[in-house]
Design a binder for this molecule. Structure first.
Ligand code: IPE
Ligand code: IPE
Ligand code: MG
Length: 583
């Protein structure tokens, strides 16, 4: 590697990661060989780290509690070491170096890592839904890191809206193939990582497996499951339109998985004693042409590589004001015009700006485009405005994204809006920025995968203290107030609250987000002068600002203008004498 790190310890760390991947996961190693050499060390580091952590959680020489403690200590050490760029543990050393070089946000892995700790007690799944949630929580974030590396290298692996489910199902197939392959090792430890729902379709199979008895019912179960896994890994539609480099890797991965499933099917009773492997010639038949295809595919795009740290250069350290262990955040990219935010002292900035982002449909109509395109352009404006909010140091920005009334639109438009949202949240454009993302709205009506993603972003950005960005999705002010009233009623019924003494403060404490501050500035684009059921409680005293521009035409400078206009308002808040903000 031409830009191999100069630090011998780091070089040795990457070598160890490569060796571990090659020995413990030859198929994975072969796949990584299909990506250009400069990207491989980062991928070896990720895979070695995932395997090292799994091994810690799985090491049956120690009791469960001790294994959990070891996993926990490993994760804690990683978080301590990330800002220093180094670690005494070689695998973590390679991982923190990779994270620094490629600007990866490893906090997205926090839940996947915590799952390894929680799995030390053993896992049981009632149904496929539970199994899938578990598998995806573990695998998706690691694959997201690989996608982030490719992204930074200038080969974005964007997933089309209509193919996300097939991508996630592909990963379900990866997981199921792994479980079937490792069946003997898991059974030897008393584990069975298959949902009860699947076992119930083959009565007696769970008992036979527990006794390591190869019976007709176990055989039928295995055939059933390999068939399912084959279907999941077989639909590679999500690679359509993808750069041929990653697409080749994914097709090869699918072929290797199918070969692995053939080996599982062919193993028969031996499946309960050993790990089946496809014949070497089968692997060679898949890999040899893949190497040629991959070499050609990658030659089409020059890669952008991050600079390697010069020898002896100081390791990145967190800004001094941050507590030890806190991540270092990127600054938002400046506006293309070079314009800077107005210099407004923090004390005069509104604490909370809420925006009704209106006009997407009209923007599209004006251009003869489907409404979907307006929403798509609107998503770009969101990124812009968030960058502007960060630049000017706002603390709270709340965006009206989808209202409880918006379900009344055509199913096609609703699906398009929710799909775009899913894409945005998956893409995670604020991953490197000091943005804490939150979701405000009704639970239970959004597609569950979108709700999961929103929760994931909320959890993984919880520690961020810069801007709190609240996305109001399936939000309605009346719904919020009704739910709050219900919560108060429940407290009163339980005798914990006297209905005759309920105060504003009591009400505010029972709101779904009791810590959300009052809105200081409510801004609506799109030339309408109404608030459309947005934050009625919080915006009771908000300064209102209506602008004619349609949301997709909005950029951060409009936010700056809105905030500047706000600083010239006189807020009386019901008092007799003016309380000018400009004082
Ligand atoms: C706002 O734009 C976005 C959402 C409500 C989701 P609209 O879609 O309401 O755009 P117009 O008002 O029809 O132009
Ligand atoms: C308000 O816009 C809701 C969002 C911006 C999400 P609408 O376009 O739905 O509001 P009305 O129907 O014009 O009041
Ligand atoms: Mg509208």
């Amino acid at each position: 590697m031409s830009d191999a790190p100069a630090d011998p310890a780091l070089r040795a760390a990457y070598r160890l990661c490569r060796r571990r991947t090659r020995i413990e996961d030859p198929a994975e190693y072969a796949l990584i060989q299909l990506v250009p050499a400069p990207l491989r060390p980062a991928l070896h580091a990720l895979w070695a780290a995932a395997n090292a952590l799994d091994d810690l959680g799985d090491d049956r020489t120690a009791p469960a509690a001790e294994r959990a403690a070891r996993v926990e200590a490993w994760i804690a050490a990683l978080h301590r070491e990330l800002p220093t760029g180094t670690s005494p543990d070689p695998i973590r050393h390679a991982l923190v170096d990779t994270a620094g070089r490629w600007r990866l946000d490893l906090s997205d892995l926090r839940d996947a890592m915590a799952q390894v700790r929680d799995d030390t007690e053993g896992r049981r799944f009632a149904d496929w839904a539970e199994w899938r949630a578990w598998g995806r929580e573990n695998l998706l974030p690691w694959f997201a890191q690989v996608r982030a590396i490719l992204d930074r290298a200038g080969v974005p692996v964007a997933l089309r809206l209509d193919t996300r489910e097939s991508y996630e199902e592909f990963l379900d197939g990866v997981r199921l193939t792994d479980i079937l392959t490792d069946l003997s090792a898991d059974l030897a430890q008393g584990d069975l990582l298959l949902p009860a729902e699947a076992l119930a379709r083959h009565p007696g199979s769970a008992e036979d497996l527990a006794r390591l008895r190869w019976s007709p019912t176990v055989s039928a179960l295995v055939t059933d499951l390999t068939g399912l896994a084959r279907r999941w890994v077989g639909q590679e539609t999500f690679t359509r339109g993808m750069h041929p480099g990653p697409a080749t890797v994914l097709h090869t991965m699918a072929a290797l998985l199918r070969a692995q499933l053939d080996a599982v099917d062919a193993a028969g009773p031996a499946l309960l004693r050993t790990r089946p492997r496809p014949p070497l010639r089968t692997r060679a038949r898949i890999l040899a042409p893949a190497r040629t295809r991959a070499a050609l595919a990658w030659s089409l795009t020059p890669l952008t590589l991050p600079p390697s740290r010069p020898p002896g250069a100081p390791q990145p350290v967190p800004a001094p004001t941050r507590p030890a262990g806190a991540p270092v955040f990127r600054r938002p990219p400046p506006h293309p015009s070079g314009e800077r935010p107005p210099a407004i002292p923090a004390a005069r900035l509104p604490t909370h700006v809420a925006v009704i982002m209106d006009g997407n449909g009209r923007w599209a109509q004006q251009r003869g485009l489907p409404r979907y395109e307006g929403h798509r352009a609107g998503a770009a404006a969101v990124r812009e405005v968030v960058h502007g909010a960060l630049e000017m140091g706002l603390r709270h920005l709340t965006l009206y994204t989808f209202s409880t009334e918006n379900w009344q639109r055509d199913t096609e438009e609703v699906d398009a809006i929710l799909g775009l949202l899913r894409d945005e949240v998956t893409d995670n454009p604020f991953r490197d920025l000091d943005v804490h993302m939150r979701w405000h709205g009704r639970a239970g009506r959004l597609p569950p995968d979108l709700a999961d993603l929103l929760h994931l972003r909320e959890r993984t950005t919880r520690g961020r203290t810069g801007l709190t960005l609240t996305m109001c999705i399936d939000y309605g002010g009346r719904d919020e107030i009704t739910r709050t009233a219900a919560a108060l009623a429940r407290r009163a019924r339980a005798g914990q609250l006297d209905p005759d003494r309920i105060t504003d403060e009591d009400f505010a404490r029972h709101l779904p987000h009791p810590d959300m501050p009052d809105v200081d500035l409510l801004w609506r684009t799109g030339n309408e002068q109404r608030t459309s059921n947005f934050l009625p409680w919080h915006a009771a005293y908000a300064e209102l600002h209506f602008t004619p521009d349609l949301w997709p035409d909005t950029d951060r400078r409009h936010l700056w203008q809105a905030v500047t206009a706000y600083t010239h308002r006189q807020r009386r808040l019901g008092a007799e004498s003016p309380n000018p903000l400009s004082l």
